[in-house]
Design a protein around this ligand. Structure first.
Ligand code: DQA
Length: 147
């Protein structure tokens, strides 16, 4: 595995002060630091990015798919709207684990529809920052099974 790519979509830069009753108080930098430490333990590089712009995420999925690198994707609200991200995952044949901090199925009904899920290898939602850690463990386990 060349590197694990963790891609974050719109508004996730506001974590820590964004609706803390739903998303908790951990910042994206804190989540990044936890994942960095976990990757370092395994000798794996981490690419950790956030953008509020759909096209950036499309480009980054293409990049990861082209490199054969696994992706942990929290697409934020684009999860529920973006056919472009769905097509990017399929088009780049990217291995994607969809993550959400909140349990999107226990919230407004519009959050139950995901354009990412049908193109993703799996989905983890509702565990706060632990959703990212569980996704990283899934990436590591999947790599072990390949070797
Ligand atoms: C989110 C859930 C989405 O519905 C929301 O738009 C987000 C964050 C989550 O991590 O729980 O921005 O992806």
């Amino acid at each position: 595995m060349s590197a694990v790519h963790v891609l974050n979509g719109p508004n996730l830069n506001l974590l820590g002060r964004r609706e803390p009753a739903i998303y908790g108080t951990a910042t994206l930098d804190e989540i990044h630091a936890i994942l960095e430490a976990r990757c370092a333990e395994r000798g794996v590089s981490l690419v950790f990015r956030q953008s509020n712009h759909e096209g950036d995420l499309v480009d980054w999925i293409h990049e990861a798919g082209g490199a054969g690198a696994p992706v942990i994707l929290n697409a934020g609200a684009l999860t529920h709207t973006s056919i472009a991200l769905h097509d990017a995952i399929k088009g780049a044949d990217a291995f994607v684990i969809e993550v959400h901090l909140s349990n999107v199925h226990a919230r407004e009904s519009f959050r139950s529809r995901s354009y990412i899920s049908p193109a993703a290898r799996g989905v983890i939602a509702g565990f706060g920052p632990m959703s990212y850690i569980l996704a990283l463990e899934a990436v590591f386990e999947n790599e072990l099974r390949k070797s």
